[in-house]
Design a binder for this molecule. Structure first.
Ligand code: SAH
Ligand code: SF4
Ligand code: F3S
Length: 424
């Protein structure tokens, strides 16, 4: 029996999909890239913005036909939108067989077992297809949930309070991935650098294992060539973390550190717990410690109350910090968040700010990557024709390459966000 996975949302969801996929494979099912040959469809949903949720739900709408085409097909709805709507989602889509909300991912094995038990599953054992995206570079979730309450954000309500994976569990998972051939590990959490593990102390004074300790411990595992992490929160980006990043050779010179806004008054209204000045000071420290580092960010435009002056501060922050690239999001009101009752701007104004912000961010991004033209870069090959630099630029490669190997390549074109490179 085969299963197909459709994942929406962030890396946390990709990691959850991989975890659920591993469980299904252990149960004797095989992953397929083709929905037509699947008997089980897993749709892992996101609800961070209205649009993200609607995309997942229109997929569910289309699946009614898919399910009717073959008797016994099952639809499993998982993730954040499933968590948010679990009380009434089966009214809207009665043909869904199982709902596993984001808070219950750990219960997936038990819940899905009940579903599978209703029919024979081991008719067609086939372990040939590896989990996608998991072969060279893999996500490892080190904490779930979020203890912040940024006023625009629905994540805390659908993912719950922070739970940290014990250090040994994290290291065990890293070892498993490396044994399967993975070379690059990305540690995941909503505020990943707030990680700590009280169950296991290090040093003579019995201090908790913190994020720096974890970076060092992961680096100590044979076969881990590269380490990344996301998303760090500026508040926990301590000197200690920066020192570890600079010291541990496997930690890549790339950081995705969401700022959301360049205006202090917006940051306060968003309850982000840092100021513009603190964020910029951090960028300075990071660039001083790791001059090659690329720094990217997330920005929300059109948060309620954002004046032209506030918006201008965001544009100037992108310039001042010389951010290497950014994801610019249009504010989306989410029911149940602290900001949900605030009056929203018109879609036209939000659209206009979005375009303006994208233009600034894209101009700087082009400028920054054009400096890479002609340089020699260390690239970890991810598939037959693409790899990534340590700075996290995706590179289309020409030359004789194999997934999993590290090559040196000359960057030949930087016009598009995916660079061109030729292996030397
Ligand atoms: N935990 C991460 C962010 C997770 S959500 C952090 O705090 O850095 C990913 C991104 O979605 C956020 O960085 C934010 O830019 C965006 N986002 C979250 N809620 C949003 C909303 N209601 N409207 C628009 N963008 C939103
Ligand atoms: Fe959302 Fe803020 Fe938590 Fe990130 S830190 S997940 S933006 S509440
Ligand atoms: Fe979306 Fe959930 Fe991630 S809401 S952004 S999939 S944590």
């Amino acid at each position: 029996m085969k299963f197909f996975v459709r994942t929406y949302g962030c890396q946390m969801n990709v990691a959850d999909s991989n975890e659920m996929g591993r469980h299904l494979k252990d149960r004797g099912l095989a992953l397929t890239e083709n929905p037509d040959e699947a008997s089980i469809m897993l749709v892992n949903t996101c609800t961070v913005r209205h649009h993200a949720e609607e995309r997942a739900f229109s997929e569910i709408g289309r699946l009614k036909k898919w399910k009717a085409q073959m008797p016994g097909r099952k639809i499993v709805l998982t993730g954040c939108a499933a968590e948010r709507t679990k009380e009434h989602i089966e009214d809207r889509f009665p043909y869904i067989d199982l709902v596993v909300g984001a808070k219950s991912i750990v219960d997936f094995p038990v819940m899905v077992e009940k579903l599978l038990d209703r029919r024979a599953t081991d008719d067609e054992l086939d372990y040939a297809v590896p989990a996608t995206g998991d072969t060279v570079s893999s996500f490892v979730t080190i904490m779930r949930g979020c203890n912040y309450s940024c006023t625009y954000c629905i994540v805390p309500s659908v993912r719950g309070r922070e739970i940290y994976q014990p250090r040994e569990t994290v290291l065990g998972e890293v070892r498993d991935r490396v044994r399967e051939g993975v070379r690059e590990i990305t540690l995941l959490g909503q505020t990943v650098n707030s990680y700590h593990d009280r169950s296991r102390s290090v040093g003579s004074r019995g201090r908790d294992t913190d994020f720096s300790d974890l970076l060092e411990a992961v680096a100590g595992i044979d076969g881990v060539e590269r380490i990344r992490f996301m998303s760090p929160h500026p508040y926990y980006m301590t000197d200690r973390v920066i020192e570890s990043m600079a010291r541990v050779p496997q930690v890549c010179e790339a950081l995705h550190m969401p700022v959301q806004s360049g205006s202090n008054s917006m940051l306060k209204k968003m309850a982000r717990n840092y100021s513009r000045e603190e964020y910029l000071r951090l960028i300075g420290k990071l660039r001083a410690a790791m001059p090659e580092m690329t720094i990217s960010t997330d920005i929300i435009v059109g948060f309620p109350g954002e004046t032209d002056a506030d918006f201008g501060e965001t544009l100037s922050l992108i310039e001042e910090a010389q951010l290497d690239w950014g994801f610019i999001f249009k504010y989306s009101q989410r029911d149940g968040t602290p900001a949900a009752d605030l009056p929203c701007f018109s879609t036209e104004l939000i659209e206009q700010r979005h375009q303006e912000c994208l233009a600034v961010s894209d101009r700087i991004a082009l400028d920054k990557r054009s400096k890479l033209a002609g340089t020699l870069q260390e690239i970890l090959v991810e598939d037959d024709s693409y790899g990534r630099t340590r700075g996290n630029y995706k590179v289309h490669l020409t030359g004789d390459i194999r997934p999993g190997e590290t090559v040196m390549a000359r960057i030949t074109d930087t016009e598009r966000p995916t660079l061109e490179g030729s292996v030397e």
